[in-house]
Every structure is written in structure tokens, then in C-alpha cells.
Design a protein around this ligand. Structure first.
Ligand SMILES: Nc1ncnc2c1ncn2[C@@H]1O[C@H](COP(=O)(O)OP(=O)(O)O)[C@@H](O)[C@H]1O
Ligand SMILES: [Mg+2]
Length: 413
């Protein structure tokens, strides 16, 4: 199963396409070698809406990353986002096959397959991940490594992430047209979580909230593993749009004002602070109180955080995340976001930055690179020797089905 060649992560976001190239060091260590981004104009709310624009954006980002790293790449781990992504938990049960009741690897495959069968998705949906969270041997739960143990009944609690087949096929098509093989599809909040969450937080129970341009993705982790996923079709771009409308300024100026003068709370801003706002359709610039800008940002942010709150509530894991919320994605750069989130969500909140090493680590420092870096961390773990279960175990064939579907689309089978 060990793949060779550099680790490559392809994060197809709504604002940017980002490619990161890394070398895998000892164990699961990741050393960043290169990074390239390009503006993502063919993706809306996490979903590809323009094949040509997205293919070009991928090609450009790959080219830039290859130049920095000084290597050519052929395959990548690719992030999956969009409101169509959904998750559910499922349980599989089998009788242990060997007469002496020693649990073997084939029992693991069978029980994972059983979990998949009980959660058969609708025909237009495909499994992105099938993650075994916990095994139960003869009623004893909390077993992480059942192989070699004795038992007669083996159960697994699995987390299953699915997406709309056609939307996944569109993403695959862009990646393949850009000349890349797909090593694995990885759910965006799962990747972001890999980059910014501490193991202790995941064990205790925590939520990662990645607020990008057009999406806010949420991943809940308990007992060390992913247990709930939700992707909301809102993000920082909605804040920018509100600023453009509210202050009557072009989108590009609104974005600039948000980045240079924005913050999460009006309270933090003195009444006499002012900003220069270029007016739309003229060369004039008006001087406005900075508070006018924050008065636009604050309610939209509260709305986004309110949606995060209802998503967490609906998951029924709200009481199982004492480690609180870790915010990442480009919008996490907004000053005061952690405090605003702690207040709305009534949970501890912090900003999560990706942690990496290597001479080029600096280029992927910000929260906007959490997903890309997380793809590296995830890939390194999957490639590590002696790994028994991949997060796509049992889903490999389904992933194949997406590919076949994709072929049928393109060749009219
Ligand atoms: N300093 C900043 N303050 C507030 N928002 C920011 C800042 N820098 C970037 N953003 C916002 O972050 C969003 C992009 O985040 P990113 O994670 O790169 O998005 P995506 O993954 O969707 O491509 C944009 O809406 C952008 O305006
Ligand atoms: Mg993103």
C-alpha cells in the first residue's frame, strides 16, 4: 500500500485553488517543499460550476507549486466540500469466522462491509469515507485494534461520509483534465482538522470550523475520530458582499477594507476611528467611521456563527465537545473572531493555525492553508507502513464507481 513520490495536496476552495507538495520524513512527519495557489473562479459554495475555469486554476496552482518544489507531480489527495456532503453513523455486526475465535483481518473487512451495507446510500450518492471509529468485541466496546483478540461477535461503529455522485464526478473531471491522478478524496473539514487540532482535543471532543470564502465547514470529533460533518454554503465572501452593498463600494474595495480594517465586534472599535471608502461609480472617496464597517460585519458573522450553532445542535454531539471550537480558514484572520464565536456558541473557542515543518513551512503558515496542510498530514498517515485500515476502507470500490461514472459521462457509455 505504500506509495512513493512526494505527497501532494490539492485544495479546491471557493476563493483559491491551493497545491502543496511535501516530502514524508521519519514516521508521519511532513516537510513542506512547495506551494502554489491560483484564484478559483469556477467554484461556488464548494462545488465546481465551471469545468474549464477550474481545470485551468488547478493547472496554474500545480505549475507554481512544482516550480517552488523543483519536482513534477502526478497524483494528489483532493479535498471535497459543498453542501451536498453529508455524514451518518452506522454499525456493522458479524460472527468471527475462525473456529478458535481469533479475530483476523478478514473479519475486519467483513464487519466494515456490513456497516457499509446497513447504510447503503441513495443511488445518486457516493461514499467518500468509511471510517471505522470503534470496535466492539462480544459486547465490550472501546476496542481500537481487534486483530488477534478472541471473540465470537465483532461489531464496528463507523462514520460514513457521502456526496452527490455527479458533483464529485465534476471535480474528478477537472483534476484529471489538469493531468493529475487522484490518490484519495478527503473531506475538507477532516483535512482541516488534521492540520489544526491537537490529539488531546480530538480525544476529549472538539469541533473544527473552517470559514473559507463561500463555505463554512464543520467537523466534530469525539474519542479521537470524526463523528459528524456539515458544510454550510456561507463564508467570508458574504461578509465582503454585505460591505460592498452597505458602504456602496466596489467588491474589491470591500474586500480590501475588510482585510485591513475589519474586526468581529463593534465594541472593540473607538467611536472616532475613521476609514476611507472609495465610492462605487466615481473616483470619490468618502471618510466614514470605522464602526460603520464593523456594523456590517458583525451581524453577518453572527448569522454564520448562528448557523454553525444549529448545525452542532442538530448533530446531537453538542454536549460531547468540551474542548470547544477551533476556527480556521481565511476568515479566521478576522480579529476578535474567537471571542465572537465563544459568545455565540457558548463554548471555548480558539483560532487554529496549521502546524508544519521544513524549509518552506513559512509559505503555508496562515489559516487559509489548513485544508492543504491537512491533506499532507492525512496522506502521510495513510501511507505509513503497517497501517491496517484506511479511512476509505470498504469505500475503495465505490470510489471506483465514481470513476466509472465519470468515464460513462465522458465517453457516453
Ligand atoms: N485578514 C483577513 N480578515 C478577514 N477575512 C479574511 C482575511 N484574509 C482572508 N480573508 C477571507 O478569507 C476568505 C478565504 O478563505 P480561504 O480559506 O482561503 O477560502 P477557500 O478555502 O474557500 O478558498 C475570503 O472570504 C477572504 O475575504
Ligand atoms: Mg478552504
Amino acid at each position: 500500500m505504500a506509495r512513493r513520490g512526494p505527497l501532494v495536496g490539492l485544495d479546491v476552495g471557493t476563493t483559491k485553488v491551493c497545491v502543496i507538495i511535501a516530502e514524508q520524513g521519519e514516521e508521519e512527519e511532513v516537510h513542506i517543499k512547495g506551494m502554489g495557489t491560483s484564484p478559483s473562479t469556477g467554484v461556488r459554495k464548494g462545488v465546481v460550476v465551471d469545468l474549464d475555469a477550474t481545470t485551468r486554476a488547478i493547472e496554474e496552482a500545480v505549475d507554481r507549486a512544482e516550480r517552488m518544489a523543483g519536482v513534477k507531480v502526478a497524483a494528489a489527495l483532493v479535498s471535497v466540500s459543498g453542501e451536498h456532503v453529508a455524514s451518518q453513523n452506522s454499525r456493522g455486526v458479524v460472527a468471527v469466522s475462525r473456529a478458535d475465535h481469533e479475530i483476523g483481518e478478514q473479519d475486519i473487512s467483513r464487519v466494515v462491509e456490513a456497516a457499509r451495507m446497513t447504510a447503503i446510500p441513495a443511488s445518486d450518492r457516493e461514499i467518500v469515507h468509511l471510517i471505522p471509529r470503534d470496535f466492539v468485541v462480544d459486547g465490550q466496546d472501546g476496542v481500537k485494534h481487534p486483530v488477534g483478540m478472541y471473540g465470537s461477535r465483532l461489531e464496528v461503529d463507523a462514520h460514513i461520509v457521502t456526496g452527490a455522485g455527479t458533483l464529485l464526478a465534476n471535480l474528478l473531471k477537472c483534476v484529471q483534465r489538469a493531468g493529475l491522478e487522484i490518490e484519495e478524496l478527503v473531506l475538507e473539514p477532516l483535512a482541516s482538522g488534521e492540520a489544526v487540532l491537537a490529539h488531546a482535543e480530538r480525544d476529549l471532543g472538539v469541533a473544527v470550523v473552517d470559514i473559507g470564502g463561500g463555505t463554512t465547514s464543520i467537523g466534530l470529533f469525539t474519542n479521537g475520530g470524526l463523528c459528524h460533518t456539515g458544510i454550510l454554503p456561507v463564508g467570508g465572501n458574504h461578509i465582503t458582499n454585505d460591505i460592498a452593498v452597505g458602504l456602496r463600494t466596489p467588491i474589491a474595495e470591500a474586500e480590501r477594507l475588510k482585510i485591513s480594517h475589519g474586526c468581529a465586534s463593534v465594541e472593540a472599535v473607538a467611536a472616532d476611528e475613521t476609514i476611507d471608502v472609495p465610492r462605487i461609480g466615481s473616483r470619490e472617496v468618502s471618510t466614514r467611521p470605522r464602526r460603520a464597517l464593523i456594523e456590517v460585519i458583525e451581524p453577518r458573522l453572527a448569522e454564520i456563527l448562528g448557523m454553525v450553532k444549529s448545525q452542532i445542535k442538530r448533530s446531537r454531539y453538542a454536549n460531547l465537545i468540551p474542548a470547544g471550537v477551533v476556527l480556521t480558514g481565511g476568515t479566521a484572520l478576522l480579529p476578535g473572531l474567537a471571542d465572537a464565536a465563544a459568545e455565540v456558541l457558548d463554548l471555548p473557542a480558539r483560532i487554529g493555525l496549521p502546524e508544519v515543518r521544513g524549509t518552506m513551512a513559512r509559505v503555508v503558515e496562515g489559516p487559509a492553508y489548513a485544508t492543504g496542510v491537512g491533506l499532507m498530514v492525512h496522506g502521510a498517515r495513510q501511507r505509513a507502513p503497517g497501517r491496517l485500515l484506511r479511512t476509505t476502507d470498504g469505500a475503495g470500490s465505490m470510489f471506483g464507481r465514481v470513476r466509472q461514472w465519470f468515464r460513462e459521462f465522458t465517453h457516453g457509455a
